[in-house]
Design a protein around this ligand. Structure first.
Ligand SMILES: Cc1cc2nc3c(=O)[nH]c(=O)nc-3n(C[C@H](O)[C@H](O)[C@H](O)COP(=O)(O)O)c2cc1C
Ligand code: SF4
Length: 466
């Protein structure tokens, strides 16, 4: 198909972007090969693998630090090393074609420290930083200081307006592109706000028009908008191309490049993705960031869903009047709390089924889990490495004084993502994927879920419009 090139970060490229995918899903190899095809490839700066002196990819990392602060320090050091290695690989693999971006999650632990350190050392390899998940006000500042472009990822004009007014208007020349990520369908974390209905997806057109209108008003007419989320065949997006009201536009693919020869995921993971059917992918709120995210339903996600079903309200003190007179012992402390008489049968059935470990949530509810799951939760909380700036699961917070109560209804996303990136266990880890993942199985290109293309083959296929 006739695809119009766009200018990002001062360079004319094909309007196709590989989205950044942590942990270690989009790498120096995948992003470099994508760039080599003439688009922009984004390697993940979220705990990427680093390369040792023998050229081996190192992960998962073992930590020596005695507490979370020490372990987070190590994590950032490893992260910087990993980013520099992936940047070098991407640069080499691109062979000067296309563009190499790096992705940072603003809410990842120590994101600013990491970014500053990487950009100071990675001169000439990374053209732009794509960054979302939070409000990255300081992104423009840090990037422009290092002569690197920045691509904010937003899901509404409101978010971009805030960023623009408070910060980006002062660093206009370094704005490479605005990435609009559809918060209902994109893989990974999603930017659904409290006023968005998660069950009522909106087509991107309206939000794109609002973003472009604002961009035109503030003199950003020539800066492209990259649409991310739910893109499979470009032939389905013709209304968005050559559309004067939307202006220069590109397309970001996140889920589709996960199934390529270069993707570091194990074959079991690729096979799972190739065979996802309707209903197997879920927009939910289990991530310890507190954000919505889109992930494939596997045994682990089912367990988290089931945990919510095994939930009962409690009171700290016995309250006969309200019926809270059934004593239950908390497994961690042995302390007695009280559930309502009306929930007595429910409680009995949970215990009988082997869910005899009782954990408290910050919402005055109890959840009931099996012994192995209990041990896993306790260990994961204990082994926290502070990968997020604030974690709803372990209660870790980078900001002094902010006291979050741990909540066992969430999970350790660091462990879940490292597990999916580095093992073949596709059922007990966390598999992010966009809602569009179901199309692998339906698209004849993948021959009924049996064909894995190289990035070049995928790129060429996308260029046909299908
Ligand atoms: C496995 C996976 C991990 C992702 N991780 C990140 C991330 O760390 N940071 C980020 O900004 N976006 C992340 N994304 C979002 C992608 O970069 C991309 O915008 C999105 O997947 C596009 O939607 P699609 O999945 O429908 O193609 C991730 C997506 C997936 C599928
Ligand atoms: S518990 Fe896990 S997800 Fe939460 S901050 Fe610690 S390492 Fe990260």
């Amino acid at each position: 198909m006739n695809l119009k090139s766009i200018i990002i970060a001062g360079k004319e490229i094909l309007p196709l972007v590989e989205g950044g995918k942590g942990v270690n899903v989009s790498t120096g190899l995948t992003s470099g090969r994508w760039a080599n095809c003439g688009g922009a490839g984004t390697f993940s700066g979220v705990n990427p693998d680093f390369i040792d002196e023998n050229g081996n990819s190192i992960a998962p990392i073992s930590f020596k630090g005695k507490n979370r602060i020490e372990r987070q320090k190590e994590l950032i050091e490893y992260g910087v090393k990993g980013c520099l290695d992936q940047a070098r690989i991407a640069h080499e693999e691109s062979k000067g074609n296309g563009l190499v971006f790096m992705n940072v999650l603003w809410e990842q632990g120590g994101s600013q420290e990491l970014l500053k350190s990487v950009l100071e050392k990675a001169k000439g390899t990374i053209k732009a930083i794509s960054c979302g998940a939070g409000m990255p006000f300081k992104l423009a500042d840090i990037c422009s200081e290092n002569n690197v472009f920045y691509n904010p990822i937003v899901s509404s004009v409101r978010a971009f307006q805030l960023l623009w007014k408070r910060s980006y208007s002062r660093f206009k020349d370094w704005l490479g592109a605005v990435i609009y990520e559809d918060p209902w369908v994109a893989g990974g974390h999603n930017g659904l706000s409290n006023s968005d209905n998660p069950n009522a997806p909106e087509k991107p057109i309206q939000r794109l028009l609002e973003i472009r209108k604002f961009m035109n008003e503030v003199g950003l007419k020539s800066v492209p908008i990259i649409i991310a989320g739910g893109i499979w065949w470009l032939s389905e997006w013709l209304d968005y191309m050559d559309n004067e009201d939307i202006g220069p536009v590109g397309f970001q693919f996140g889920t589709r490049p996960m199934v390529t020869v270069e993707s570091p995921l194990a074959d079991t993971v690729k096979k799972k993705l190739l065979n996802v059917k309707k209903g197997d992918v879920k927009l939910q709120r289990f991530s310890p960031t507190g954000l919505y995210s889109s992930a494939v339903r596997n045994d682990f996600l089912k367990e988290l869903e089931d945990q919510l079903e095994r939930q009962i309200r409690f009171e700290e003190v016995m309250n006969f009047e309200k019926g809270f007179d059934v004593a239950v012992e908390l497994s961690a402390t042995g302390k007695t709390v009280y559930v309502n008489n009306a929930d007595k049968e429910k409680l009995k059935s949970f215990i009988e089924k082997g869910y005899n470990k009782v954990m408290k949530t910050p919402d005055n509810t109890l959840i009931f889990v099996s012994e192995p799951r209990y041990k896993e939760i306790i260990n994961d909380m204990k082994n926290c490495v502070g990968c997020l700036s604030a974690c709803m699961f372990s209660g870790w917070s980078q900001k002094e004084g902010l006291n979050i109560k741990p909540d066992p209804r969430y999970f350790c996303i660091q462990k879940g993502l490292q597990g999916i990136a580095h093992t073949s266990d596709v059922e007990h880890n966390w598999l992010f994927a966009g809602q569009i993942v179901q199309r692998f199985f339906l698209d004849p290109f993948y021959k009924g879920g049996t064909f894995i293309p190289t990035i070049r083959q995928l790129f060429d296929r996308i260029l046909t419009g299908y």
